[in-house]
Ligand binder design. Structure first.
Ligand code: ATP
Length: 301
């Protein structure tokens, strides 16, 4: 496993930020941690990176146990945590050259390569302090990628990017994982983005991992249903019942059928109701979207 965290816990005096979190991420996998504000994403990421000391549990990255004074593994890890900092008076190129020197990278093409990759070419000579939020984020990603890490840990990588930028970063991360086998762990508030990007998702709620699975598994949990609106409930329900269909009240004045036969053949239900002299005023097959499925997993605030 590239990331192995067991029983990871962070107890602050007045808040249990992360509670016995166990997380395993395989090589080349893109794993996302969506969660509401305060769910514990940043705390988890900081502990994984050794930036914050856990009060319990342990972490191994790329087979090395994370502990004070052990540095070898960091040469293989790239990360972006919250708003990335840069030297504001230095240009984009100079900022990357500083990081390249610190990382002991001598090949000058490394900096130009990463500038191209992140679409920072037009801003290469601009001072970092003058960049837009999205381009600051691009610079942060460029710094994280400079040394071609095997593991990338990104806290809110889409932060500040416009829709085109979000799509570019998504393509870049997919390519890194697919072509170069890079393992990626990221946190994000944007559920649709998480679903497009990640192979696996772990939902954090109040410091606990409450669900883990594929993006499609998240919506697959919600079964489709046939929703009906009729003027005469009693009559419609009786007609449906007589034909062997069980209709439930949806709580907002409509009727809901969940049997597969009804969902596959809503036309039959419509005909049945018309024949019973209570035609539907609305008839639709519905399924919860990603956001609804996600919110169902996390406890109400
Ligand atoms: P967001 O999406 O808002 O960034 P998050 O999921 O990253 O949220 P964390 O920042 O990890 O959440 O915070 C988790 C919990 O731990 C919150 O209740 C927060 O108030 C608490 N917390 C975080 N840092 C500290 C700290 N230094 N001292 C005390 N409590 C903290």
């Amino acid at each position: 496993m590239t990331i192995d965290a067991t029983g990871l816990t962070k107890q602050y005096p007045h808040a249990l930020a992360v509670d016995e979190l166990t997380l395993h991420v395989a090589p080349g996998e893109i794993y996302a941690l969506p969660g509401l504000n305060g769910a514990g994403k940043t705390t988890t990421i900081r502990m994984l990176l050794g930036l914050l000391r856990p009060t319990g549990g342990q972490v191994s990255l790329l087979g090395s146990r994370i502990a004070p004074g052990r540095n070898a593994v960091w040469a293989r890890v790239g990360y972006l945590v919250e708003t990335p900092s840069a030297y504001p008076e230095l240009t984009v190129t100079e900022n990357l050259q500083v990081v390249a020197r610190l990382r002991g990278l001598r090949d000058g093409s490394t900096v130009t390569g990463v500038i191209d990759r992140l679409g920072l070419g037009p801003h290469a000579r601009h001072r970092a302090g003058t960049l837009s939020l999205g381009n600051k984020q691009r610079l942060g990603l460029a710094k994280a990628l400079l040394h071609r890490p095997d593991l990338l840990v990104l806290d809110e990588p889409a932060n500040g990017l416009d829709p085109a930028g979000v799509a570019e970063v998504r393509d870049l991360l997919h390519e890194l994982a697919r072509t170069h086998g890079v393992t990626i762990l990221l946190s994000s508030h944007i559920l649709t983005e998480v679903a497009r990007l990640a192979g696996r998702i772990g939902v954090l709620d109040r410091g606990r991992l409450v669900w883990e699975g594929g993006a499609t598994d998240l919506t697959a949990r919600s079964r489709p249903r046939l929703c009906l609106a009729v003027r005469d409930h009693e009559r419609a329900a009786a007609a449906l019942r007589a034909a062997g269909h069980l209709a439930e009240q949806d709580g907002t004045g409509g009727l809901v059928l969940t049997a597969e036969q009804a969902i596959r053949h809503p036309d039959e239900i419509a005909t049945l109701l018309v024949t019973a002299d209570c035609p539907p005023t609305r008839l639709a097959v519905e399924q919860d979207d990603l956001e609804t499925c996600f919110l169902r997993l996390v406890a109400p605030r």
